[in-house]
Design a protein. Structure first.
Length: 68
């Protein structure tokens, strides 16, 4: 986000692994699954995802303002 806000044009996308709850469940060692928690990769939670997306949007807005 810092690089985008500084005007970096080479960054055109991001990948964010997000789920309702942060972290992940290891189904190999614990058969009890938690609703809203990933069973594959560790993810950031919904509240952190929202904050991150707002910060990313701000960075893009700044980059656009600098390019005019």
């Amino acid at each position: 986000m810092h690089q985008i806000g500084q005007g970096e044009k080479a960054i055109i996308g991001v990948m964010i692994e997000s789920h309702l709850l942060e972290g992940n469940r290891d189904i190999a060692t614990n058969k009890l699954l938690a609703y809203g928690k990933s069973v594959t990769d560790a993810c950031i939670g919904l509240q952190d995802s929202e904050k991150l997306l707002y910060r990313l949007a701000d960075a893009v807005r700044i980059r656009r303002e600098k390019s005019y």
